[in-house]
Design a protein around this ligand. Sequence first.
Ligand SMILES: [Ca+2]
Length: 299
Amino acid sequence: MVIIVAFIAGVLITGVVSAWSEEGQVLDKKAVPQIEVKEAPQEKEEAKREEPGMVFVPAGEFLMGRSEEEIRQAVKACQAEDTPEEVCRNRFEQGSQQHTVYVDAFWIDKTEATNAQYKAFWEEVGGRAPALWDDPKFSGPNQPLVDVSWVEAQDYCLWAGKRLPTEAEWEKAARGTDGRLYPWGNTIDSNKANYDNQVGKTKEVGSYPEGASPYGALDMAGNVWEWTSSLFRPYPYSKSDGREAPFPGGTEAEEMLGRGNRVLRGGAWDSPPGYLRSANRGGLPPFAGSSRIGFRCAK
Ligand SMILES: [Ca+2]
């Protein structure tokens, strides 16, 4: 437990450093490169299929990670917090540099998984009841499930005939293909997401329709951090380099010792604004969980 708490603290501290001083600076439009999007013809048929509660993301490339200008701002902000320049550069230049990634077509849940949805799974399958189901701040049926580990999130998605999204899928679903910083555009907006302790708890999923991503996914920024399937490894992202393998190279016990943090995305109800950037990455051991952590499924 001590180890897990330490990792949670580590992620939060790192995120704060990367977030605060960047905010309020409008990026030069030229700093956001554009890419041409080609849509495969067969996808038009795929997109017509109905998947209740899910949105479709067509195959193609997108810009993943932070642009050079974003990294420059992040390093500057990091140094302003009295962190050595080399540490800051390692953190942002090697960890999140923007690059083009191809992603196959997929579906992703329109909202975070709710308490009601998870309860149906839990009543059928059993296992641990999330501790915060006793807390009225977090237990509403349409509030997102919190206090859920990566392992439990994955089990739920498999039960529902789905899986966790990769972090590349998650980021594309959140920001589309034009390199925007947030699901709705380039400027943070408290009318479009739940963050910064505005209400001091999670809100019902889908409470911010104006904060929808280009594909219609809701709460990709804020409300709860969302588990992805991916191991936290430096970019460039490659789905075939082992980062998507379940428990690669070790046992569950080894994973609990911190080898194999999984990526979380999007920030939570109490996160400062920079956490909500679609390119921002968090990482925690797969057995961690808190009132800030939930998930959504893909297929
Ligand atoms: Ca979220």
